[in-house]
Design a protein around this ligand. Sequence first.
Ligand code: SAM
Length: 266
Amino acid sequence: MPRISHVRETLCGDESIGYTLGRMHAPQIYDRIGIGYHATRRPDPRIAAAILDALGSAQTVVNIGAGAGSYEPADRRVIAVEPSATMIRQWPFGSAPAVQASAMDLPFADSSFQAAMAVLTIHHWPERDRGLAEMRRVSGRSVILTWEPAPTPFWLTTDYFPEILEHDRKIFSPWFREPALRSTVRTIPIPHDCVDGFLCAYWRRPQAYLDPMVRRGISSFARIADIEMGLSQLRKDLADGTWHCRNAGLLDQKEVDFGYRLIVLE
Ligand SMILES: C[S@@+](CC[C@H](N)C(=O)[O-])C[C@H]1O[C@@H](n2cnc3c(N)ncnc32)[C@H](O)[C@@H]1O
C-alpha cells in the first residue's frame, strides 16, 4: 500500500483539507455541480453490502472517482482518488486519505493495492478503457458499479427527460459482457427506499425529482439545457393522477432492476 508521500508525480496539495494533487486532465463538472452532493448522495446499506462482498478479502483498496467518499469500507486501508476539489472538501472528518487525480492516470506504482473500486463514476471518464486499464494496473481486483441499458424502462427518462435516455444510450454499452474480460456481473436491483440519491433512486418517490437539491446530486440533470418543460409536465401529471395511472404497476414493488450492475474483473 503506497503512502501518500510515495505518490508519483505529486505536484502540490491543500494541507488544510488533507489531500495530495496528482496529474489532472479535463476541467471537472463536479466542481460546478458537486456542492451539496453529500446531502443526497449517501451510501445505501444494501448496495454497500454488495460492494463489500465484491471486494472479498482485499485489505488495501483504492477508491477511484470517490466523490464524497461513499461506500468506502471502514475496515480496510483505503486511499481515495478524486479529481474534483469540491467533492474532496465534503469528506467527513476521518475519511480515507485523498489524492486529487484522474482515473486516466493513476499516480501509483503497479500492483499497489489488492483491490480498486469505482462506484458510479466510469461514465464520467474521458476514456473508459484507459481508466479500466489503470485500475487493473494498480490492483489485483477491480470492482465497478455502473449500468447498462435498462431491462425496465425508467419513466423519468422515457416520459419527461428523453435527453437523458438519448445520452445514456450513447455512452452505455454492456462492455463488461465481452467474454475475453471474464468478468463476474451481479444485478443490483434498486430498492424503493434507496438512500443514495442517484438517477433511478426515487423511482417510487416521483415528487423527489421536483426538489432542486435532489436534482443537484444527479449529474444527468446538469446536461439538460432547459429542464423546466419536463418538470412542469411531471408536476402536472402528479397533480392530476396521470403519473399514478401510468405507473400503477410500480407502486407495490419493493425493488426494480433498472440496469445497475456490479462488475468484478480479476
Ligand atoms: C456520481 S459521482 C460518484 C461518486 C462516488 N463514487 C459515489 O458513489 O458517491 C462521480 C464521481 O466521478 C468523478 N470523476 C469524474 N471524472 C473522473 C475521472 N476522470 N477520474 C476519476 N473520477 C472522476 C467525479 O468528480 C465524481 O466525484
